[in-house]
Every structure is written in structure tokens, then in C-alpha cells.
Design a protein around this ligand. Structure first.
Ligand code: LMR
Length: 395
């Protein structure tokens, strides 16, 4: 039965972590996966998380099943974060939220749900997009296409090309948009451009699916999430996947959510019942621990403030690393202009390094994605010179 099964290719991102883990060089550096490391090279366990966990240990509770849609306090806190506390869509009970296994789990629930209720739609993702977007929607049974997005010459967005792509899509197409901190390019739309995208989505009768995995890593929590409210105000259906992997440094806890906006409370109740079916047939119900931690932090004022401060700390350190990278590369590789790295936002830089150059970096035990995406959040004051020297050498 299994004799003819081929070896699957390594995952383009997590496969790099596998290769990195197998590397015995103590000076190895992983700029592949989107994980934030502190200046000491460690993945932080945030203070707000530690405090919430300490409280949970004081109030030890049994681990019965959560409802299929997740912990009510978590889903409420997520809605308030994503749509804004007191927003009309929450008050009118038009938004439904299900706790999901990270951002990936949220996307998968959304994809399976859409396949059930809009089976003939095609899906459009940005060119380029996060490697897993295509695979996730294809595995749900969709045909996945690209819309124009990145301009390698300017290192920014080819906005006219993007609008043109949006205007050519058939009504009912599903368009996957990165709410902030575009992965992999780090090139985001301006507020003005978002307005035009929202208009094109509305005019074209498209189904917008916002992926928000990096809220707080761009300009700030509210600023990065503002686009969600703008889509809600424009009316029409909307799906939003969000993740706390990065913003809470809870990668391994798989904690995220899918929110769907309906046109009425009655429609929302029906949507939720169908989302629950999708969850039930995928993994039944989500895990308890991480939902409790995030719900407690988001809804306890002191912990919430601590989280916002800690997230701001991560955001600022990444920006400092961008600055340092640009300055150091200007000295070590004066023939190439890397000033664009300063303009990019979020964890990543689409560095412009070729696959071959990435391969040469790997020989020095520096790991990046084949597309040239590097995780700036993995740079620190101790490893940056090694990285800069290696990049200068391979250019
Ligand atoms: C990334 O893009 O590196 C992260 O979102 C991690 C992942 O799951 O790929």
C-alpha cells in the first residue's frame, strides 16, 4: 500500500528549521522561520504570559472539553481586539469568532468553510505570499491564483498592478489580503491604498479574507488592526484570521482565531453553527491552556498594559535591527543599496538575495528562505555582524 509513496519535499519554511536543528555549528543563525528572538538570541516568555500562567496555577482547574468554538472569554476578547471593543458589529452580534489552532488553523477552518458554501469560487493570494497560503487553500479544494503585489525593482507594492488584478477577478472570488506586515515582503499598503482596495473588493463583489498574523509588529496594535474596521464599514462578508503566535510569543501553543462577519445576528448564528461543524470534523475543539492565558491577559487591565508594552518592545527592537542592517550593509557592501529594508514592516525583509546566494549563506550556517526572505526579528547585537559579513561575501 505505501510502497510507491514518494518523499514529500521539505516545507519551505519549517524545513529550514529542520535543517538548522540538524546543523552542529554552534554559531548557526536561523533567519528562516518567522519567530522573534530577543537580543540574547532567546525566544522570550513574555512577563504578561508568566503572570497569567502563575494565576492559572493558583486556580488549578480540570481540563474538560472546551466548547467546539473555544473558550467564550477568549472569543470575546479576540472580537474586541480585532473589531474594537464596543464596535457596532459586536453589539449587533454580526461577528462570530472561533478559537483556532494558530493562524494556520484559522485559515484552514476558513478555507474549509468557504469551500462548503462557495465551492466554485477561486482564491487569489498575493504574488508572492506566505508559502503556506497556496497549500492551505489548495488542500481545501480551491484553485489558487496570484494577484499582482510586489515590485522587485522598487521593493514596494505594484499598486496599479494590484488594482488591475482585483478588477479582473470574477464576482465571488476569495481574495486573501495581509492586514499588516506583509509576509514575506514586508511591503504594506498605505491607508489611502487600502481605501482603493476596499472599494475594488466591494465593487467587484469579492470575498475578502484578511490574514492578520503580525498585529502590533507594524505601527502598533490599533494602527495595524484598523483595516479590519474599514472592511466592516464597507459592508459585505468578511473573514479575519488572527494569530497570537508572534504577538504573545506563544508559537507552540497554537493559539489564534477565525472571525466571520455576517449581515445579521440571525445569519451569524447560522454561520457559527456551520463553523462548528468544520471544527468538529477537523480537531473537535481547541485546547484549553493558551486560550485561557490570552483571554486573561487581554481582559485584565494590568496584564493588558504589560502585553502592549512588551509587544512595543519587540516592535522597537526589530526596527533597530533594520536600521543596523542597513547601516552595516552600506559599509560592508557599498555597491548595493539596502535602504529599502528600513521601509519594510513586520518581522521580514525580502532581501533581494537569490536562491543561490541563500544557498551560499547556508554553507556558513546562516539559514534564510530560498526566496531571499530573512527574519529581521532573529538578528541581534551579537549575530548581526556575522550576518552582514556573510551577506557581503555572497553578493
Ligand atoms: C513564517 O512565515 O515563518 C511563520 O508564519 C511560521 C510558519 O508557520 O510558516
Amino acid at each position: 500500500l505505501f510502497g510507491a509513496i514518494d518523499m514529500a519535499p521539505r516545507d519551505p519554511i519549517l524545513g529550514i528549521t529542520e535543517a538548522f536543528n540538524a546543523d552542529t555549528n554552534p554559531a548557526k543563525i536561523n533567519l528562516g522561520v518567522g519567530v522573534y528572538y530577543d537580543d540574547g538570541g532567546k525566544v522570550p516568555l513574555l512577563q504578561c504570559v508568566q503572570k497569567a500562567e502563575a494565576k492559572l496555577i493558583e486556580q488549578l482547574s480540570p481540563r474538560t472539553y472546551l466548547p467546539i468554538e473555544g473558550l467564550a472569554a477568549y472569543d470575546k476578547a479576540v472580537q474586541e481586539l480585532v473589531f474594537g471593543a464596543g464596535s457596532a458589529v459586536i453589539q449587533e452580534k454580526r461577528a462570530v469568532t472561533v478559537q483556532a489552532l494558530g493562524g494556520t488553523g484559522a485559515l484552514k477552518i476558513g478555507a474549509d468553510f468557504l469551500k462548503r458554501f462557495s465551492p466554485n469560487s477561486e482564491v487569489f493570494i498575493s504574488d508572492p505570499s506566505w508559502e503556506n497560503h497556496r497549500a492551505l487553500f489548495e488542500s481545501a479544494g480551491f484553485i489558487v491564483n496570484n494577484y499582482t503585489y510586489y515590485d522587485a525593482q522598487t521593493h514596494g507594492v505594484n499598486f496599479e498592478g494590484m488594482l488591475d488584478s482585483l478588477r479582473k477577478m470574477d464576482a465571488g472570488s476569495i481574495v486573501l489580503l495581509h492586514a499588516c506586515c506583509h509576509n514575506p515582503t514586508g511591503a504594506d499598503l498605505t491607508q489611502e491604498q487600502w481605501g482603493q482596495v476596499i472599494e475594488a473588493v466591494k465593487q467587484g463583489g469579492l470575498i475578502p479574507f484578511l490574514d492578520m498574523a503580525y498585529q502590533g509588529f507594524g505601527a502598533g496594535i490599533a494602527e495595524d488592526g484598523a483595516v479590519v474596521g474599514r472592511f466592516v464599514d464597507a459592508g459585505g462578508p468578511l473573514l479575519v484570521s488572527n494569530s497570537f503566535s508572534k504577538s504573545f510569543s506563544l508559537y507552540g501553543e497554537r493559539v489564534g482565531a477565525l472571525s466571520v462577519v455576517a449581515s445579521s445576528a440571525d445569519e451569524a448564528a447560522r454561520l457559527l453553527s456551520q463553523l462548528k461543524r468544520v471544527v468538529r470534523t477537523n480537531y473537535s475543539s481547541p485546547p484549553t491552556h493558551s486560550g485561557k492565558v490570552v483571554a486573561m491577559v487581554l481582559s485584565t487591565p494590568e496584564l493588558r498594559q504589560l502585553w502592549e508594552d512588551e509587544l512595543a518592545g519587540m516592535r522597537v527592537r526589530i526596527k533597530q535591527m533594520r536600521e543596523a542592517l542597513v547601516e552595516k550593509l552600506a559599509q560592508k557592501a557599498p555597491g548595493r543599496d539596502f535602504a529599502f529594508v528600513r521601509e519594510q514592516v513586520g518581522m521580514f525583509s525580502y532581501s533581494g538575495l537569490t536562491k543561490e546566494q541563500v544557498g551560499k549563506l547556508r554553507e556558513e550556517s546562516i539559514y534564510a528562505v530560498d526566496t531571499g526572505r530573512i527574519c529581521v526579528a532573529a538578528l541581534n547585537s551579537k549575530n548581526i555582524d556575522l550576518v552582514v559579513d556573510a551577506i557581503a561575501k555572497v553578493l
